[in-house]
Write a protein that binds this ligand. Structure first.
Ligand SMILES: *[C@@H]1O[C@H](CO)[C@@H](O)[C@H](O)[C@H]1NC(C)=O
Ligand SMILES: *[C@@H]1O[C@H](CO)[C@@H](O)[C@H](O)[C@H]1NC(C)=O
Ligand SMILES: *[C@@H]1O[C@H](CO)[C@@H](O)[C@H](O)[C@H]1NC(C)=O
Ligand SMILES: *[C@@H]1O[C@H](CO)[C@@H](O)[C@H](O)[C@H]1NC(C)=O
Ligand SMILES: *[C@@H]1O[C@H](CO)[C@@H](O)[C@H](O)[C@H]1NC(C)=O
Ligand SMILES: *[C@@H]1O[C@H](CO)[C@@H](O)[C@H](O)[C@H]1NC(C)=O
Ligand SMILES: *[C@@H]1O[C@H](CO)[C@@H](O)[C@H](O)[C@H]1NC(C)=O
Length: 424
């Protein structure tokens, strides 16, 4: 066990008042908890989910196009109160907001009775379909979740599946493929995870989260992870029935190098730049230790490399976690056109049951984080790539939970301040 040391790196800060002239703000009288944001396919509109409300805003100046109230009915609220939940909690917190073609698929906690609706994007009051939000949206507004829709219509959600939040899962539903999940009540698969983000990349869906580290036998520690499953996984037979056979996860390393590295163990937010295959992540220290944040950047090929390497395996609950050679080092998702779904995922089911934690840790593109700050806890990162005179600039927008927004331009070696954008 290493004691945590403190990072202390000077960097420019821009005050909110300085950037205020470049900010547009949208506010609505009763709407709080603006937690979800997305764009329409033409990138002309911003779709926002707040507590009990959906909004369509003009991207240019955040002027209101449509506001739709989506609250809970009285009976649902009464039932929520009767389970001991507060007035604050027994509301509809929007936690899933996904655009697919001309439709918006959105789910809310609905007073601990999650529901999902499928709406017309150009008129959000027009509801096509309403389905249960269980396994798609958390029950509690406190639980962190993520979801994505694939182009073929499958919904991948990573969320707590039950009322008390003891059953976390990565779950696939809707679409044409069978519903699948991570193994239930198995802390080796997922251990009190806080899901952060998910992406549909090539043959896989990727999930980013933080969780209690099962492999760490020296007190309770949280590690950040990248996990993936094959989109064409159809689950096992007899073994791993209705369960992923291609689930794998690896630790992400975001730390300040030194004799004893200083670890930013807890992933808070990610941003994916698909054209460069780069994942930006905001990492912080644990809430019970000194506050510090860092931005680390991961190359997708480094993540893939970790997944092709050895596994970490624990024979039984008292033995140590040891590296184990990867039985399938050039693992590919199977192909559909081999007739039946007989051997879709090319993975031995006994292996799939044992081997899902990678031995190798995913290292960032540069060993020193792109950005570090003490005494702060950033919660969001968004990145824009801008063509400069003779190079590309990656502009990072960082936000803290208290919606102080600061933006920096990172070139190879220096930071330049720019304007900022309101995030939350
Ligand atoms: C939403 O409804 C449209 C039209 O019925 C359908 O094409 C689409 O697949 C639905 N989306 C989801 C996620 O259910
Ligand atoms: C939006 O849909 C609702 C419900 O179907 C309908 O009553 C309303 O007229 C529509 N609004 C517009 C502007 O089309
Ligand atoms: C969800 O994430 C936020 C931000 O990191 C954290 O403050 C909160 O405690 C998390 N929720 C749960 C239930 O752990
Ligand atoms: C997806 O999987 C198929 C079958 O294994 C493979 O041929 C193809 O190259 C993969 N695609 C990508 C983008 O990796
Ligand atoms: C994380 O990165 C630091 C800095 O490069 C390195 O010193 C450390 O060994 C790495 N830790 C792990 C677990 O890979
Ligand atoms: C990402 O990895 C690929 C392949 O290893 C490499 O060609 C590329 O330069 C890397 N990108 C960055 C930004 O490090
Ligand atoms: C499925 O693929 C694996 C790995 O390629 C192979 O070892 C196994 O024999 C195959 N099973 C069937 C039923 O074809």
């Amino acid at each position: 066990c290493h004691p945590e040391t403190s990072a202390n790196i000077a960097k420019p800060v821009v005050l909110n008042s300085k950037i205020a002239p470049w900010l547009y703000m949208f506010r609505s009288e009763d709407a709080v908890d603006f937690s979800q944001l997305t764009f329409d396919p033409r990138q002309k509109e911003l779709i926002a989910g707040a507590r009990n409300y959906l909004f369509r805003l003009q991207l240019e100046d955040l002027s209101l196009i449509q506001a739709v109230e989506w609250g809970c009915d009285e009976a649902t609220k009464r039932s929520c109160y009767s389970k001991g939940k507060s007035k604050e909690e027994c509301q509809n917190y929007i936690r899933v907001l996904l655009v697919g073609g001309n439709h918006l698929f959105t789910c809310g906690t609905n007073a601990f009775t999650p529901i999902c609706t499928n709406r017309t994007l150009s008129n959000l009051t027009e509801i096509h379909d309403q389905i249960s939000g269980m396994a798609r949206c958390p029950y509690s507004p406190q639980h962190n979740s993520t979801a994505l829709l694939t182009s073929s219509g499958e919904l991948y959600a990573a969320t707590a599946m039950d009322f008390p939040g003891r059953d976390p899962a990565i779950y696939r539903s809707l679409g044409a493929l069978p519903p699948l999940r991570t193994a239930q009540y198995n802390s080796k698969w997922l251990n009190e995870p806080n899901f952060v983000s998910s992406y549909d990349i090539g043959n896989f869906t990727y999930f980013f989260f933080r969780e209690n580290a099962v492999e760490h036998d020296c007190g309770k520690t949280v590690f950040s992870r990248a996990a993936r499953v094959c989109k064409n996984d159809i689950g096992g037979k007899f073994v791993l029935e209705d369960t992923w056979t291609t689930f794998m996860k690896a630790r992400l390393n975001c730390s300040r190098p030194g004799e004893i590295p200083f670890y930013y163990n807890e992933l808070q937010s990610t941003f994916f730049l698909p054209e460069l295959d780069l994942i930006y992540g905001i990492f912080t220290t644990n809430v019970n230790s000194i506050a510090a944040s860092a931005v680390c950047v991961f190359n997708l090929s480094a993540i893939t490399q970790a997944f092709n390497g050895p596994f970490k395996y624990q024979e039984n609950s008292r033995s140590a976690w040891l590296p184990y050679p990867n039985p399938n080092p050039n693992f590919q998702c199977g192909t559909m056109d081999q007739g039946l779904y007989a051997n879709l995922t090319e993975r031995n089911l006994q292996d799939a049951q044992k081997f899902f934690l990678m031995h190798e840790v995913v290292q960032p593109v540069t060993p020193i984080p792109y950005f570090m700050e003490d005494n702060s806890r950033f919660s969001h990162v968004v990145v824009d790539v801008v063509q400069g005179k003779d190079m590309l600039f990656h502009i990072m927008y960082l936000a803290t939970g208290k919606s102080a927004v600061l933006q920096s331009v990172v070139t190879d070696h220096e930071w330049v301040l720019g304007y900022a954008q309101h995030l939350k």
